[in-house]
Each structure stands twice: as structure tokens, then as C-alpha cells.
Design a protein around this ligand. Structure first.
Ligand SMILES: [Mg+2]
Length: 381
């Protein structure tokens, strides 16, 4: 077998919203399709992938560097020993040929897109959902088929912000969600606390609510933030400080007893190791949120989970950032803690949520073909 063609396209994710650090007015993402010569149901198997949100598309790197590297490789170098399927670990090694260590830049997102499209193809060739392939390979065929999920959103709006915040949480509750996350740190503290109280009034318990600070707090704010936020006993405080300032992270963890979540802007196993060594995080309560496709894909994410386990973390404290259907499959297959899905409903799972859980289905691969919004994106590609 061989890969016959790879296509990519940039898709607009533009939305009139912002967090404490960026606006989403010009946000883009890449969609990728890897076509093989394997035939299933009368058609060539095509592996699909889509960027996780927040880092823009990766078209330039894909076109100039990583797609040619795959297409110019000896096809044998990409396959399993029996030659019947792609081997994602061997594909990953080809993608990273002649790449220096460190300094990941945006290449980790480009490599991750191709890696994840390959995993989709691998599962389709095996005629299984990706979560089942991962469960068989890395969890010993456990049959966990209920995935805990949470609804993420609560971005700042220029008009009717508090009413919109309350409505969007209430709507998510009506859809079956029980855990929620909103943005924090983009307004003066008293206004942000009013948003937290508005959100708490729409959920069952304050521990059902997490807040996401998008890495904006300075050292001089930490003590006041810890004192003002501790009484709420929130589910977690996310990215309180700059994602690469491990000393500041350690300082906050020494002052705040509740759970801290971070890692969505840590894009490799190397950087995860530094965070675990120096960030002051506590494996018994804190949460690691490395993003699967933005962190060099699933091959690297497996290394990240292994590293976390070596440092005393359980998989239930690994809750990947966003990632749409791909991350959902990874959470289900590796039995991770929870899946993040959007409160706004755009790009939401096509599967229903009941009492905070989603049951994965048997769609082969990641399941993009069953989602109306992804079907539209990939049919254009
Ligand atoms: Mg976040």
C-alpha cells in the first residue's frame, strides 16, 4: 500500500469573541486529507485531520516541508512490517527527519495534522473507530464506553456579556452538560468575579465551574488572586500564568490549594518534562492539558502521557485541550479524564451528551464523516 496524495486547505474559524489574551476575529485552521490506495467499501481510504483551535492554520509548513517529505519518502518506510497498514510511529520518524531538537515553533502543529490524519487512515483500514484502535493498543481492550465531557466557552462579549454568559451555560445544561469552563482575567477583577458569580448561579455546584486565565497573571497579582478565588472552590484555575514561566507557576501553586490546570501551550514531550520538573504542579490534584494535534500529534501525545505517568500523574488528570472529534477519540481510547467541547455548539460533537457523558459510536476512524460541519469542510477539500 502507499499514500497517493495529500491535500490541505485553510478554513476560517473567525468568531466575534475574545479571551484574556487574544481575539478570534482572524482565527484560521488547517484541514488535511491523506489519500491511500487501500480500498474499503469501494473507495480509497482517506485519512482526515483538522487543527485544534487557537494557533492558526499550518498551510505554509505543510506545503513547503512536511507534505513533500512524506510523498518523497520510500513508501516502505511508512508501513507496518506486514505492509498492510501505515505505521504512525514510522510516519512520524519520517516527518521529523532532519529536524533539530527543541525550538518547536509551529512545526509541531503541522506534523500533528499529518500524524492525526494517518491515525484516521489506520483506523479506517482496520475498519474500527480510532478510540477502539487506541484502547486495544494502549489500554488492553478495556470497555470504557462513556466519556466524561465538559462545555468550554464563556468568552467575553462586547454587548450583554453577563446575560449571554448565563444563557450559554443554561443552554449547555439543557444539552446534557454538567461541567463548564469560562474565561477569566480579561476585565478588572471585580467585573471578572461578577462573571464567576453569574456562572455559578447557572451551575449546580461551584466545583462544576472552571476558569481559564489564558496565561495573563503577573507575579504581583498571584497572592490577591489566590485569596480572592480560593473561597469559590472552583473545579480548576487554568493557565494562571505564562505557559513557559515555570517559576511563576510554582509560586502560584504554593499559594493556591485548589486544582490548577495548564499545558495547552506546551507542545512537546521535552517541554512537558520541564513543566513537570519545575512548574510546582501537584499530581494528586492538578490537570495536564497538552493538545493532541498541536503537540506533534498522537505519537508524541503517547510519550507525553507516559512521561506524566512516570512522574506520578494518573490518566484521569490528563484532560487534553480542545481538539474536536480527534481529542474525543483519544480521551475515550486512552481513558483520560475528560473531553473539552465547545459551549457555543459550533464544531460540537455530533453525539448526544447525557448527564455529562458521551458514548462514542462505531464510525470508522475519527468520525468526521458523520459530523455535518466536518463533512462540509472535507467535501470541499
Ligand atoms: Mg485554555
Amino acid at each position: 500500500m502507499r499514500i497517493t496524495e495529500i491535500r490541505e486547505r485553510t478554513v476560517s474559524l473567525s468568531a466575534p469573541m475574545r479571551n484574556a489574551s487574544i481575539s478570534f476575529g482572524a482565527m484560521t485552521a488547517s484541514a488535511v486529507a491523506v489519500t491511500t490506495d487501500v480500498i474499503r467499501n469501494g473507495k480509497p481510504v482517506i485519512g482526515l485531520s483538522f487543527d485544534s483551535p487557537g494557533r492558526y492554520g499550518h498551510g505554509g509548513l505543510l506545503r513547503e516541508r512536511f507534505i513533500p517529505r512524506i510523498l518523497e519518502a520510500d513508501p516502505e518506510d511508512l508501513l507496518t512490517l506486514d505492509g498492510n497498514n501505515l505505521d504512525p510511529h514510522r510516519v512520524w520518524n519520517v516527518l521529523m527527519r532532519n529536524e533539530k531538537a527543541g525550538g518547536h515553533g509551529e512545526r509541531c502543529g503541522a506534523v500533528g495534522l499529518l500524524d492525526c490524519a494517518v491515525w484516521d487512515a489506520v483506523a479506517k483500514i482496520e475498519e474500527k473507530p480510532l478510540w477502539r484502535v487506541l484502547s486495544e493498543r494502549y489500554c488492553g481492550l478495556s470497555d470504557q464506553i462513556r466519556v466524561p465531557v465538559y462545555a468550554s466557552g464563556g468568552h467575553y462579549r462586547d454587548h450583554d456579556d453577563l446575560a449571554h454568559l448565563h444563557d450559554s451555560i443554561s443552554r449547555s445544561r439543557d444539552l446534557g452538560f454538567t461541567k463548564f469552563k469560562i474565561k477569566f482575567g480579561g476585565l478588572p477583577l471585580e467585573d471578572d468575579l461578577r462573571r464567576v458569580e453569574t456562572a455559578i448561579s447557572a451551575v449546580q455546584s461551584s466545583s462544576d465551574l472552571a476558569i481559564d486565565c489564558n496565561g495573563t497573571w503577573s507575579g504581583s497579582q498571584l497572592e490577591e488572586m489566590a485569596a480572592r478565588l480560593s473561597p469559590y472552590q472552583l473545579g480548576w484555575i487554568e493557565e494562571p500564568v505564562h505557559p513557559l514561566d515555570y517559576e511563576l507557576s510554582r509560586a502560584f501553586a504554593s499559594q493556591y490549594k485548589g486544582p490548577i490546570a495548564t499545558g495547552e501551550n506546551i507542545f512537546s514531550a521535552d517541554d512537558t518534562l520541564n513543566l513537570l520538573r519545575y512548574g510546582g504542579l501537584r499530581p494528586d490534584r492538578d490537570i495536564l492539558q497538552m493538545d493532541v494535534s498541536l503537540s506533534y500529534g498522537l505519537v508524541e501525545y503517547l510519550r507525553i502521557v507516559e512521561l506524566a505517568e512516570q512522574h506520578g500523574w494518573s490518566r484521569s488528570n490528563c484532560i487534553p485541550h480542545a481538539g474536536f472529534l480527534l481529542a474525543f477519540n483519544v480521551v475515550a481510547g486512552l481513558e483520560l479524564g475528560r473531553h473539552e467541547t465547545s459551549m457555543s455548539g459550533s464544531f460540537a460533537l455530533y453525539l448526544p451528551t447525557t448527564d455529562g457523558y458521551v458514548r462514542p459510536d462505531e464510525a470508522p476512524g475519527v468520525g468526521y464523516e458523520r459530523s455535518p460541519i466536518f463533512r462540509a469542510i472535507f467535501s470541499e477539500l
